[in-house]
Design a protein around this ligand. Structure first.
Ligand code: SAH
Length: 218
């Protein structure tokens, strides 16, 4: 892990300015992006790439989402300090750390064991001790801990799993990219037991939301 330094902090400041110019207006989120060093989530040697607004391969055919996408989804989620948040698709762990930095109580599920183990050590090295990481199938959610104030899915599926909607509090918000090859960013607000408010926020591209757990350790 390359230690943080002034150069990388400067690149992070620039990234924050880029995101502001692209329409991210929530200053708390911009502050989280400035404070959570994204280069820790990439392989050594790619530190400068960490602060370009692009997605990046992290192994196991998975990617760390583009910073704009992380900031945009976090903004849609309207995270408040103390919120109980379920994330599906831990991946690199970056999104989970941004949510945790904002004061959320984060539960995050990853289906790939190899990635889960690698990310667990990064999250712990960074000191985000309150993030609860679960190796499991996100389609199941976590019924023992539900209901959640917020649910964020960072992998794409053709439809919104009912199981997850059931685990959302009344008044809660769920954000998920929905679609097969290209996804539409959907925000669902659970107005009451029977009423869901659905809003659409443009096209994004995510890796697929796959069923089951992959215990194939490399
Ligand atoms: N949030 C991540 C980006 C995730 S990429 C970040 O900040 O870097 C999507 C992740 O979802 C991948 O790691 C993939 O393995 C995982 N995934 C796909 N289907 C899943 C499922 N059913 N349960 C849990 N994780 C899943």
């Amino acid at each position: 892990m390359l230690k943080d330094n002034y150069k990388l902090k400067g690149l992070r400041k620039q990234l924050v300015n880029d995101l502001r110019a692209k329409g991210i207006s929530n200053e708390k989120i911009l502050d989280a992006i400035y404070n959570v060093p994204r280069h820790y989530f990439l392989e050594a040697g790619f530190s400068e790439w960490a602060y370009k607004d692009v997605p990046f391969a992290i192994g196991e055919e998975q990617t760390i989402s583009q910073p704009y996408t992380v900031a945009f989804m976090t903004q849609l989620l309207d995270v408040q300090s103390g919120d109980k948040v379920l994330e599906i698709g831990t991946g690199s762990g970056y999104q989970a750390c941004i949510l945790s930095f904002l004061g959320a109580k984060v539960y995050t599920i990853e289906r790939q064991e190899a990635l889960f183990s690698k990310t667990a050590s990064i999250i712990s090295a960074l000191g985000f001790a309150t993030i609860k990481m679960i190796l499991g199938d996100g389609y199941q959610g976590i019924s023992a801990i539900a209901p959640f104030d917020k649910i964020i899915v960072t992998a794409g599926a053709p439809s919104i799993p009912k199981n997850l909607l059931d685990q959302l509090k009344i008044g809660g918000i769920m954000v998920m990219p929905v679609g097969e090859d290209i996804q539409e960013m959907i925000k669902i607000t659970k107005v009451d037991v029977k009423t869901l408010k659905k809003e659409s926020f443009g096209e994004f591209r995510f890796v697929p939301f796959l069923p089951g757990v992959n215990r194939n350790m490399k």
